[in-house]
Design a protein around this ligand. Structure first.
Ligand code: FES
Length: 147
């Protein structure tokens, strides 16, 4: 419970929201481990089922362990018409995983999202929270060699 208490203590008395607490846990572990969710449920007296619905509703949360680096390809309509499917296929081919999966060496997790709200600069790839707009197919290799 130490981790959860530490996180809650970061916020002024009663000033935390469940989402903030879950975000902090996600930042610390790169996903939401079940044990931590059970602790949050006990400490904040929120049913575990509610925490799972929040965690599954927001695409920023992951219930599965992720790799060191997270590659997210936007597959929303605007990005799709600008070539997102080919970009996703190239990442799948290079990494040998499908969306939602992590490479065997735990280095990369590939994910997709349906619109990041910045369609004008699509297609968009998010690499470790860095938004890269007007993404070109030939950037896949370069990006993966960066890390
Ligand atoms: S469809 Fe990709 S940002 Fe909107």
């Amino acid at each position: 419970m130490e981790t959860v208490y530490k996180i809650i203590d970061r916020y002024p008395e009663g000033g935390h929201s469940v989402i903030q607490v879950l975000q902090d846990i996600q930042n610390e572990f790169n996903y939401l481990p079940r044990e931590r969710l059970v602790e949050v449920s006990q400490v904040l007296r929120i049913p575990l089922s509610r925490l799972y619905s929040i965690a599954t509703f927001y695409s920023a949360f992951s219930l599965n362990p992720r790799g060191k680096h997270v590659v997210t390809v936007c597959m929303g309509t605007a990005c799709h018409v600008r070539g997102a499917a080919a970009i996703l296929s190239e990442f799948e081919r290079k990494l040998g995983v499908k969306p939602g999966q992590t490479t065997n060496d735990k280095k990369y997790t590939l994910e997709t999202v349906n619109c990041l709200g910045c369609c004008a600069i699509g297609p968009i790839v998010v690499f470790d929270k860095r938004y890269i707009g007007e993404f070109k197919l030939d950037q896949v290799d370069k990006l993966l060699k960066e890390k």
